[in-house]
Design a protein around this ligand. Structure first.
Ligand code: C2E
Ligand code: MG
Ligand code: MG
Length: 634
């Protein structure tokens, strides 16, 4: 895991200047503005319409009045009131005429329509120099009755405005309706937009805070809560414990069973963690197989260690997946606020360092952070970055240690052992850099280089030999997980142009047994290819006899810890005896490693051990010395 991934990220999504809440505001504002503009437009239109309808009515009425006044001219001259009444009465044809009066120049009424139209006529001033006025929903109009160029009377006409008002009403109603519909549509649209924006906002917030696989808080949420817990603890003078939990062999389960089963396992792990904690403790999945826990208001460090023990116990129980029981373990690192760190970044980093230490300590354990750990981690990080360039920079080489027939003392082959000379770190022991290469995945290209180089060297040494030597190469678990590893190895052997049975692969016992049912097929394929298989460091793991019988192996290699105290150590002797007996009963060759004394060699020979390897015969030597060694030990 990258260290920077652990550092708190600020959660931006829902609050950023580009967030949906802002665009929603914008939308709301623009819809409101559009609504207001629409309303104003409707009002303006109605006003304009009102004036145009009114002036149309005025024009129409003027024409009517002029026609009537024209017709009335003769009747007025002759003061023929009957004819005048008939002419005025003709106005009844127009429904908008409320009334009409004919007066002479002196203001005397000569005729009116209707006959009983008794409304008082306005004086000339009331019209304010115009020929009309609008009043009380009526239009009142005066038209002069002319005779030979002079006014001899007036026609007073009162028209109803109701038609104008009705038409205006209809107009206002329809345009308001259109506006209202438009507005409603806009508002409806807006509220739907608002709804979906809210939904999106909620989803975003959810996504930004929740791990989709386990439903636990995710890294973002965890960072926020850790900040909060630290602030709170600082104000109340309390302690916080942060636990970083990493599953030790999750990748294997994931690779063997597939991602769905892997996710299922993560969910079960999440549940077990939650069940081991108090309700208000925070649990998060930071990614991959890494979980984090915040314990607040911790009074004693032992409270945190108790939780760790509980977690390791609970996760260590079998996980039933697809009808099979799977076992995973967890390594936990713990750091305390304020003792180990006074900010969240450092707290996370220190918990990570402690977790790393737990892995180095053999996994399935927890470690409390100690400042000295930082030195180890720094060293490891620096080694890893140097190792990345070791292949290209030609810093790697192979040393060869002969394998001897204990009876005849003949050389039968060599074990290739990797050496790294780093300009920065000097000679680094494989015990130090192989685990780093394994964890970082660098072991895959490095391991391929080892096979190619070892087979290339062997081809040269074997050219002039009748009895061909073989070479043993150590293989890491990580290499076995490479897709189609058998085909890859076959390819390397093919490129080296040597027979496959010149190559022996050494796999440690713990590595073989760790996931034996998943690997049995690979071993069978390798055997079919012709490659020999040896179990290295045998006796240190817990081999299941039933598997040992089924595995297509050729050699058992007695671990040097059982050899070192031979022949005095009765325990070592008993184990060595048992391994030789077991190996032979399965038809395997047995070799002992780490033989330093003749007494050890003799004891092993007496037990029936076939081969030996160790400083007694030769230390691992550079390739350049092998030819000379072979010549001397022909
Ligand atoms: P291993 O495969 O068990 O290798 C045997 C180790 O015992 C070697 O240590 C060898 O130098 C050492 N040894 C040999 N004879 C004696 C002896 O008489 N006395 C004592 N005390 N030690 C003896 P080395 O070279 O430091 O390698 C350590 C381990 O590193 C190896 O253990 C092997 O597991 C790993 N390793 C080395 N080369 C490679 C490699 O190319 N690939 C992988 N994956 N692992 C490697
Ligand atoms: Mg070995
Ligand atoms: Mg060994």
């Amino acid at each position: 895991m990258k260290r920077e991934d652990l550092l708190p990220h600020t959660l931006h999504a829902p609050h950023s200047p580009h967030s949906p809440r802002i665009s929603y505001r914008l939308l709301f504002a623009s819809a409101m503005a559009a609504g207001a503009a629409l309303l104003l437009a409707v009002v303006l239109l109605i006003i304009v319409e009102f004036f145009s309808l009114r002036s149309a009515l005025l024009e129409d009425s003027r024409v009517k009045a002029a026609v009537v006044a024209d017709n009335l001219s003769a009747a007025l001259v002759f003061r023929d009131s009957q004819t005048a009444a008939e002419i005025v009465g003709s106005l009844r044809a127009s429904p908008i005429v409320i009334g009409a009066v004919l007066i002479d120049q002196d203001g005397a009424r000569l005729a009116s329509y209707p006959e009983d139209f008794a409304e008082p006529m306005p004086g000339p001033r009331e019209f304010a120099d115009a020929d009309h006025r609008f009043r009380n929903s009526r239009l009142e109009l005066m038209a002069p009755v002319m005779h030979q160029g002079t006014a001899i009377g007036q026609v007073y006409l009162v028209m109803s405005m109701s038609s104008v008002e009705r038409r205006l009403g209809i107009y206002a109603l329809s345009s308001s309706a259109v506006a209202a519909v438009a507005l409603l549509l806009a508002v409806g649209l807006l509220s739907r937009v608002r709804q979906s924006v809210r939904q999106a906002e909620q989803n975003l917030r959810h996504l930004a805070h929740v791990d989709p696989v386990t439903g636990l808080a995710n890294r973002n949420a965890f960072n926020e809560r850790l900040e909060f817990a630290i602030d709170e603890a600082a104000s109340f003078d309390e302690n916080v414990a942060m636990l970083l939990l990493d599953l030790d062999n999750f990748k294997q389960v994931n690779d063997t069973l597939g991602h769905q089963a892997g996710d299922e396992l993560l969910r079960m792990v999440a549940q077990r963690i939650q069940r081991s904690l108090r309700r208000d403790d925070v649990v998060a999945r930071l990614g991959g197989d890494e979980f984090a826990v915040i314990l607040r208001s911790i009074a004693e460090r032992s409270e945190a260690t108790q939780v760790c023990a509980k977690l390791i116990e609970s996760i260590g129980q079998p996980f039933p997946i697809e009808g099979q029981d799977f076992f995973v373990t967890a390594s936990i690192g713990v750091a305390f606020f304020p003792e180990d760190a006074d900010d969240s970044r450092t707290l996370i980093r220190n918990a990570d360092t402690a977790m790393y230490q737990a892995k180095l300590a053999g996994k399935n354990v927890f470690e409390l952070f100690m400042p000295a750990m930082n030195v180890n981690v720094k060293k490891r990080v620096s080694l890893e970055s140097s190792l990345r360039n070791a292949l290209q920079n030609d810093e790697l080489s192979l040393h060869y240690q002969p394998k001897i027939d204990l009876m005849s003392r003949q050389v039968l082959g060599f074990e290739a052992l990797l050496r790294w000379h780093s300009p920065e770190h000097g000679n680094v022991s494989p015990a130090d850099f192989i685990p780093i290469a394994e964890d970082s995945g660098l072991i895959v290209p490095i391991g391929e280089w080892v096979i190619t180089r070892a087979l290339g060297d062997l081809r040269v040494w074997n050219t002039s030999r009748r009895q061909k030597l073989h070479v043993a190469v150590n293989l890491s678990t990580r290499q076995l997980r490479v897709d189609n590893i058998t085909r890859r190895i076959a390819q390397l052997i093919g490129e080296s142009a040597v027979p496959a049975d010149w190559l022996e692969l050494e796999l440690t016992e713990s590595m073989v047994m760790e996931n034996v049912h998943a690997q049995i097929e690979t071993f069978q394929q390798l055997q079919e290819l012709g490659v020999k298989l040896a179990i290295d460091d045998f006796g240190t793991g817990y081999s299941s006899m039933s598997y040992l019988k089924r595995l297509p192996i050729d050699t058992l290699k007695i671990d040097r810890s059982f050899v070192s105290d031979l022949p005095k150590d009765s325990n070592g002797l008993a184990i060595a005896t048992a391994i030789v007996a077991l190996g032979h009963s399965l038809g395997l060759t047995v070799i002992a490693e780490g033989i330093e004394t003749t007494a050890q060699a003799e004891a092993l020979l007496n037990l029936g051990c076939d081969l030996g390897q160790g400083y007694l015969f030769a230390r691992p030597m550079p390739a350049a010395q092998v030819a000379e060694y072979l010549a001397a030990n022909a």
